[in-house]
Design a protein around this ligand. Structure first.
Ligand SMILES: [Mg+2]
Length: 337
């Protein structure tokens, strides 16, 4: 039985990260020490908080933009034509404003509320049913990032609480997870959920609206979700918007927090801003490799676990790890019986 020193794996990961042109880190020392602390504390101290659209799901696949939760409803001809036309008009108006790095968040908030309100009001007039959502998801272009199923399964196997916090539509999001992966018992979803009448027709939305810039104000922060996880003092936060950085604001007793942000659009204009806010910024990457690596170091990296990593090549198998170490780190592989 081989064991690999945990800190050796951190070293390997950093070597790998430094060679990735699409990975940008403002403060390498901070990221390294945070990961080392998380590794020392182990999986029992870890919790994960993740956005959904364009974080757990892909932005693009083979040059084509993939659907978000809202966009799933526009694809195909499940809903009336006026819905698609109007929704596209709304997106063309508001999405550039959401992504405009020169517009302050305080000015974006009322615009996002307008957008979400109009989009949700439109849906009420479309005759949407619970049953039709499943069909829409099955035929949609929504895709989880490569490696997300692996991530979900390993978070579950290691009993790590995972909060998925989305300004999308919870009913769609849950169908996507059920259809493309597994909705495990360690996952909690906070999102906009539809309200249905006794005939399962959609009649509106439940509770307070979640848009991309009010994730700090949600009831989950006031609930006992984070207080019940006070012993989970290390947080891995994954997002793709600046507003996502507030998803774990309700957490207390935080010792180490590592934030990883995907920058999918307006990369040149937004990179500086993202680097000033996120610890790790990943540009135009449709995988979970960096997140998997960061998360993975919090676990017990024994041979069995290493062999169970199907995607991330530096940790692929024990043999691959030895080869990697030999060629990239130098000297003998630091594996021991
Ligand atoms: Mg998102």
């Amino acid at each position: 039985m081989f064991n690999i020193e945990k800190m050796d794996i951190v070293k390997i990961m950093f070597e790998e990260l430094r060679n990735q042109k699409h990975v940008h880190i403002r403060d390498w020392d901070f990221v390294k020490s945070t990961i080392e602390n998380m590794v020392k504390d182990g999986p029992d101290k870890l919790q994960v908080v993740a956005d959904f659209d364009r974080t757990l799901t892909k932005y693009m696949n083979n040059g084509t933009i993939c659907a978000t939760c809202h966009k799933v409803l526009e694809e195909g001809d499940h809903l009336p034509e006026f819905f698609r036309t109007k929704t596209k008009e709304l997106r063309d108006t508001y999405f550039p404003l959401e992504m405009n790095p020169d517009l302050p968040v305080s000015e974006k908030i009322p615009l996002m509320i307008e957008w979400w309100t109009k989009a949700h009001e439109l849906l009420v007039h479309c005759g949407l049913t619970k049953q039709s959502i499943r069909k829409m998801v099955e035929t949609s272009s929504v895709m989880l990032r490569d490696g997300t199923v692996w991530l979900f399964d390993h978070l579950h196997a290691n009993d790590i609480p995972t909060l998925i916090f989305s300004a999308g539509i919870g009913d769609v999001l849950e169908e996507v997870i059920r259809f493309k992966a597994t909705h495990h018992s360690n996952m909690k979803v906070v999102s906009n959920y539809m309200a249905f009448d006794e005939c399962d027709r959609m009649v509106g939305f439940q509770g307070e609206m979640i848009h991309v810039y009010n994730k700090n104000e949600n009831a989950v922060h006031e609930s006992n979700y984070f207080t019940s996880l006070e012993n989970r003092s290390n947080i891995l936060l994954l997002g793709d918007g600046i507003g996502d950085l507030h998803m774990a604001d309700g957490a207390t007793n935080v010792k180490n927090k590592l934030t990883i942000g995907f920058l999918n659009v307006k990369i040149e204009e937004s990179l500086e801003l993202y680097m000033s806010k996120y610890d790790i910024v990943i540009c135009s990457d449709e995988t979970m490799d960096v997140q998997k690596a960061s998360y993975y170091h919090g676990l017990k990296p024994d041979l069995k676990a290493i062999q169970g990593v199907p995607h991330y090549s530096p940790y692929g198998t024990c043999g691959e790890l030895r080869m990697y170490h030999k060629h990239h780190v130098g000297g003998q592989a630091k594996l021991r019986d």
